[in-house]
Design a binder for this molecule. Sequence first.
Ligand SMILES: Cc1ncc(COP(=O)(O)O)c(C=O)c1O
Length: 399
Amino acid sequence: MSLSHGREFLSIPGPSVMPDRVLNAMRQGSPSIYDGWLVEMVEGLTPDLMAVARTKKARPAIYISNGHGAWEATASNLFSRGDKVLALDNGRFAAGWAGMAERMGVKTEVSDEGLRGPVDPNRLEERLRKDTAGEIKAVLLVHVDTASSAANDIPAVRAAIDAAGHPALLMVDCVASLGSMPFETDAWGVDVMVGGSQKGLMTPPGLGFVWVGEKAWAMSGNGDLVSTYWDWRTRIEPEMFYQRFCGTAPVQHLFALREALNMLVHEEGIENAWARHKVLADAVRACVSAWAEGGALELNVERPEARSDVVTTILTPGMTAPGKGPQDLREFCEGKLGLILGMGIGHFGGRAFRIGHMGHVNAPMIMGTLGATEAGLHALGYDVPTGLAAAAEVIAKGA
Ligand SMILES: Cc1ncc(COP(=O)(O)O)c(C=O)c1O
């Protein structure tokens, strides 16, 4: 017997739950891809994508790709073989981004910023001051690292670059946080921002985005890595619609994105979406903190202000009995309860699990996830104190 028959709950940090409206929007055949309303609809995505990124200056290029593709696009457009970039890694993803650039011939320096908190702006400033020859062309980091669930203070990173008087580009990956947490491309002085469709933007995986600020635009295509497919100049300023996607447009994905942006930008409002995520994330953290009193598990990110509102990584130092580790919890929750939890990835493999709370999530979805996880912990023999009352209180106050 299994209690999983019913609507399956997907609580991983992306792909996130797709709204039915978004999925239904995809259920139409392709119109003319040469002119007419599809072309107009796609033109209309640009202002909304800029609104989500809070920019009036950085223009978005859309790729038929995932986040890795968007990463590759940044290296292709901005760098030459032998150029150097500095990646600040506090989990997994900044190092991943740098690794892709490295394979393309870019020299990379990865600063290990630990796994349990944000990157250190002071260390960055010191490092950049030493780079008197201006070798470092760009500083790469993520806004939220989906492995560690730590959120970085981007204005502090910008301030460190400015304090060092260094000309490096500031390039930020917002794949996990975009649409769900405050991010201010212009006000925070971000030169290049990277996103993907499948998390806060509530659209199926398959679209990658790069918002190109003025300084990066001016550098575009000067390097020797630019290729026809990744060149963002023709995507951002196409002479004909066909060039916007370097070939056939991903029509049904664009229908989905249009509907998702209607929901996020025009109906809920981006600031309300941020506020919703904050309350729901606070509820998750309140619940996990209560569970943690039993000693089996704990929140990974130590400083509360560095905990992201889109994913929570939960370490499991006390869940070491054979057959009762975090992966067993995940298997029980999925097989017996119909709840899919995120696994610990990278350095967190086998010693953590994650709860995703990004995109199309509301209070009952979060309470359901927490309740089923608590049941799973009990079923595995961990007599954790209940966290559900604490979560409910946060939600009651937040609403
Ligand atoms: C912060 C972050 N950046 C980049 C990526 C890579 O995106 P994708 O899996 O779409 O290639 C992910 C994926 O989870 C991510 O969480």
